[in-house]
Design a protein around this ligand. Structure first.
Ligand code: SF4
Length: 393
């Protein structure tokens, strides 16, 4: 896809799974052919930016040599599928059978590339939107919350639904909105169904420099990790490092800039590529987001979502957020309260004044009257005018 920073490549390993060595190869390819940054999207796909017409093909060859990439209709499974003690059934065999059936039926060529099927072994991906949702249930698999079917009938029913979407035209969708609840960030150590462990980490604002990712992937391989599972909310799990190695690996990740602490204020902020990576960006979003996380760690307590958007398109957080800072074409920054990046800003500030404004918000929040009040509750009480006044100092 063309972006303000050249071409962008987005790809998804089958079952969101790759080896530490493959992740190293992806990082090296991004450095050799792209702008040296790797992104993980909100749905757990990998992205490389800054490609040109000459470098896109060698990148694709390098990626395909290292990773089994999802082709055709994306079939998404949960990041810890087959290992999650909370799931009812491993969704991966059904997902693999569906991929084969869709390829045999030639459906991918007739469908929009955006059509997505989720095969969920529990209610793990319930908050992700999909065109068709296949969920493990008592006695089989339910398609779009219908009655439970055996595997063969579930595949036939899914093919029938995809065929019906394709019959409505090449751009047709059947996307159902997901519940507003969001999936938790993949941070921390989990015990898996097979008794081994997974370490969950996230990329700061969904992006990290390729050398840091390569260094971490090598450390994970050396620590005995067998797989990396990409996860929604811009993160991943490292599966199988020895129990004694998990703490050292988490410390290494934190030192390399990854988000390794569930209380990290960066998790409360969504930020797109902004002016540094997109022609539409009015502000340097991720640099600003990093300063705001430092300025207001208590205020960014996890009860609010802060969206720093390069422009009104709002790519990093299409849903409404508690607070949105939106880059304007003249480089100033609009403030939207409880809305989307496309909403009319309640106030506009010089971008350089925002970090000092967040220092003031932090100070006021710490001094609030009711110590039990969350930042979300406090913001509602303050209202747009109170927030704008605080940001003005
Ligand atoms: S929100 Fe605007 S600036 Fe940010 S990536 Fe999307 S188009 Fe570019």
């Amino acid at each position: 896809m063309p972006t303000g920073d050249g071409l962008l490549a987005r790809f998804r390993p089958i079952d969101s799974t790759l080896t530490p060595a493959a992740l190293t190869a992806v990082a090296r390819a991004a450095e050799a052919y792209g702008n040296g940054l790797i992104e993980i999207t909100a749905r757990g796909s990998l992205q490389v930016r800054g490609l040109t017409a000459a470098t896109a093909a060698p990148l694709a060859r390098a990626i395909r040599a290292a990773v089994a990439v999802e082709e055709g209709v994306p079939i998404e499974t949960a990041p810890l599928a087959g290992l999650d003690p909370a799931e009812r059934a491993d969704p991966r065999p059904l997902a693999a059978a569906l991929r084969r059936a869709i390829a045999n039926a030639g459906l991918a060529e007739r469908l929009s590339p955006k059509v997505t099927v989720i095969v969920d072994g529990g209610m793990i991906l319930a908050s992700l939107a999909a065109d068709i949702r296949v969920e493990a249930a008592e006695g089989g698999w339910r398609i779009d919350a219908g009655e439970a079917l055996g595997e063969a009938a579930a595949i036939a029913a899914t093919l029938g639904k995809l065929d019906a979407i394709a019959a409505r035209g090449p751009l047709a969708r059947a996307r159902r909105p997901a519940p507003a609840a969001s999936i938790p960030a993949p941070i921390g150590t989990l015990e898996l169904a097979d008794g081994t462990h997974a370490l969950g980490l996230a990329l700061p604002f969904g992006s990290i420099e390729a050398p840091a990712l390569a260094a971490f992937a090598e450390a994970a391989g050396n620590a005995g990790a067998r797989e990396v599972r990409l996860a929604p909310r811009r993160g991943f799990y490292v599966v199988g490092p020895g129990a004694g190695a998990v703490t050292r690996l988490r410390q290494r990740a934190a030192a390399l800039g990854f988000v390794a602490d569930p209380a990290d204020p960066r998790l409360a902020i969504a930020a797109c590529a902004g002016r540094d990576g997109c022609a539409s960006g009015g502000i340097a979003t991720r640099a600003l987001a990093a300063r705001l996380a430092q300025a207001a760690p208590s205020f960014l307590d996890g009860s609010i979502a802060l969206h720093v958007s390069g422009c009104a398109k709002g790519c990093a957080h299409p849903r409404p957020a508690s607070l949105v800072l939106v880059g304007q074409p003249d480089g100033t920054c609009g403030l939207v309260f409880a809305g989307s990046a496309s909403a009319e800003p309640a106030a506009v500030f010089p971008a350089g004044a925002i970090p000092a404004g967040f220092l003031m918000l932090e100070r006021l929040y710490r001094a609030r009257e009711h110590a039990q009040e969350s930042a979300a509750e406090w913001l509602v009480r303050l209202g747009p005018e109170g927030i704008a006044a605080a940001l003005r100092g």
